[in-house]
Every structure is written in C-alpha cells, then in structure tokens.
Design a binder for this molecule. Sequence first.
Ligand SMILES: CC(C)(COP(=O)(O)OP(=O)(O)OC[C@H]1O[C@@H](n2cnc3c(N)ncnc32)[C@H](O)[C@@H]1OP(=O)(O)O)[C@@H](O)C(=O)NCCC(=O)NCCS
Length: 190
Amino acid sequence: MFSDCLIETDRLILRPFTMNDVSEFHEIITREEVVRYLAEGLISLEELRKILEWLIDCYDRNSPRSIIKFTLAVTHKKTNKIIGWCGLGPLEFSPSEIEIYYGLSVDHWGRGLATEAAKALLDYGFSTIGLDTIVAVVKPDNVASRKVIEKLGMKQTKVVENLPPGSEFYEGMLYYSLDRTEYFAAVDKQ
Ligand SMILES: CC(C)(COP(=O)(O)OP(=O)(O)OC[C@H]1O[C@@H](n2cnc3c(N)ncnc32)[C@H](O)[C@@H]1OP(=O)(O)O)[C@@H](O)C(=O)NCCC(=O)NCCS
C-alpha cells in the first residue's frame, strides 16, 4: 500500500517519488548544510538513483504492520517543485520502532515548511496507517530539527546510548516519542 498516497497541506503536497525526481532531489542533497546531520552524508547521483529505485519499490511492499521505508517527496504547491522529503521508517538501531524524518532545501528553511510537512505525515501515520507510536531522533546541536519535533508535540524521553558497534552515528542523539493516545488527545484539544 501507500503508492497512491497524496497528502495536501496549505502550502505543500507530499507525494510518492518517481524516477523523474532524481536530479531535482539530488540538487537538494548536495548541500553540506542539508546532509550534515544525516547518516548517509553526501551521495552521488548514481547512488541516489539506486536509493530512489528502492524507495519506489517499497511503496507497494509497505503495509501498516510492516513499513520497510515510506519516504515522500515534499513539493511546493506554488511551483510544483520538490523542496524536500519526509518519511516514516524503522529506526536504524531499533527496527521495531517507526521514526519520522525530513529535510528541506536550504532556500526553504525558516518558514515553517518542515513543521507543516511533518505534522501532515504524523497525522497520516496515526490516522491512516494506524501506528501506535512514532519516534524521532536528533543530534543535540540540530536545533532547527529539535524545534520541529517539539512542535509536533513529541516528548524527549531519553538520550540514545550504549548502542552496539555499527550504530555509533546515533550515539548521544535525543530520543523523542509520541503515542496515538497522546496525539489524539492533543488534536481533540485544538
Ligand atoms: C530541520 C529542517 C528540516 C527544518 O526546516 P524548516 O522548514 O526551517 O523548519 P521550520 O521552519 O518548520 O521550524 C524550524 C524552527 O527552528 C528554528 N530555528 C532554525 N534554526 C535555528 C537555530 N540555529 N537556532 C534556534 N532555532 C532555530 C526556527 O526559528 C523555527 O522555530 P519557530 O517556528 O519557533 O520560529 C531543516 O533545517 C533541514 O532540512 N535540515 C537538514 C536536514 C535535517 O537535519 N533533518 C532532520 C534530521 S533529524
């Protein structure tokens, strides 16, 4: 499921990637500032092509009980261009948990767009997919991302530590979570 997913917000449309997006997406992630906090780091166009092929293949293989990777293109309604990505997928060092992640092109930072995209995907995760809990992890000095996570209503419950070899990238990250009861209680109050 999820291959026909289309999420609309005031300014954005979140939709599945296609192979036609590869160059536009690559332009966004060739900026050092954008990949600074991401495990993948800078990647070539060819590497991105392979990743996109895999992400597209995942759309039909994902199911509510087993999300392999669910990454959407974030497009701006005004231009129809891709301005970033936003997704849900297993936490690398604890794959039974589903994390939310996102990133935007530098020239779209600071306008509330990441929060707008992530809020919409969070709602899709709880309301449409029916997830019980969604988590997020962030490097302590990634202040912009921490703010986004906090604006989603997520609560920091621990610091990630004592990970096995191979997961060092995540050591020291702040771990946030939100469960569906808390989410819907907050939505009801609004
Ligand atoms: C994280 C990211 C997606 C945020 O995008 P964005 O569209 O600028 O986010 P928003 O505008 O919705 O919210 C960012 C908030 O952080 C604040 N902020 C941004 N940089 C900040 C800084 N250096 N110090 C303090 N606050 C900062 C903004 O003012 C805003 O808060 P506000 O709504 O209270 O004013 C963007 O910086 C990005 O793509 N980073 C690289 C990829 C990444 O790190 N992804 C997350 C991995 S966990």
